[in-house]
Design a protein around this ligand. Sequence first.
Ligand code: AMP
Length: 312
Amino acid sequence: MITFARSKTELSPDLNILFKSRDASRKIMIIISDITEMQSRCLAARAAGKRIAFVPTMGFLHEGHLSLLREGRKRGDLLVLSIFVNPTQFGQGEDLDSYPRDFVRDESLARECGVDLIFYPEAATIYPAGYATYVTVDGPLTTTLEGASRPTHFRGVTTVVSKLFTIVQPHVAIFGSKDFQQLAVIKRMTTDLNLPVDIVGMPIVRETDGLAMSSRNVYLSADERQQSLALVDTVRQSIAAVNNGEQDAAKLLQEARRRLTAELDLKIDYVKICNVQTLEEVDSVDHEAVMLLAVFVGKTRLIDNSLLVTTC
Ligand code: AMP
């Protein structure tokens, strides 16, 4: 079922109409909530030799998401955005119900980025009654860091992403390195399942004061917003320390914890320095490592990360 179209012509299932209209630089975007409709449009696009670029999101779009869409626009003939607040990746007591949503705003931002199709399904469409199949990636990649704090999170992510890949049939899918571990898990899953999708990681987009953009930043009070800058300060200070020759992970982490706990409302969930590929903790930043942190600012859980690269 197509839930939205700009004109009668756009309701046509004939993909040529869609593409001809794009060539005439008329912005056309179709919103689809039905799996079969989405799948058949994407399969038809593939059959017509179009390259499909896909950006999966939970909506409430910000510049971080838009950077992925702009990259997708460059990499594909058909740009597909999904907006789905995926219940299976939220744990008990997490913010599934209060997760921010604004579809009207998302739709207009998506159009500005040249999105062709938005897939906007209901939860019951993705997980109908009797649903029983899950995709999991085993091992430290999913049991450490976010996986330790949110034990069912990655199972939900890999399940929904593999379903979305089956529905959208993308040639390329674009993810943000803001969710560094998620990107590593998706790459692992794609390789292990031989999925014919190129996974592209994009840099973190930050607010002008350095806070990593996140849909959850709207939860922060003015005071918490100020205190949340301790995350980026910590990351930046660690980069500077490594640039000045500090390689001892324990010392870097001690200083990181000191900075974070100096703020009244901050509670560290984890701060770790890990191998970039395996995400296992390292003792020393010998060549390249990644610092990852998750911190509660009041009730809001924020994550951030950065590569630490030794110059010596
Ligand atoms: P979400 O809507 O939070 O599930 O995120 C959808 C995609 O946007 C994921 O690939 C995220 O990593 C990416 N993303 C979220 N925030 C940022 C950001 N600040 N910079 C770059 N990518 C981001």
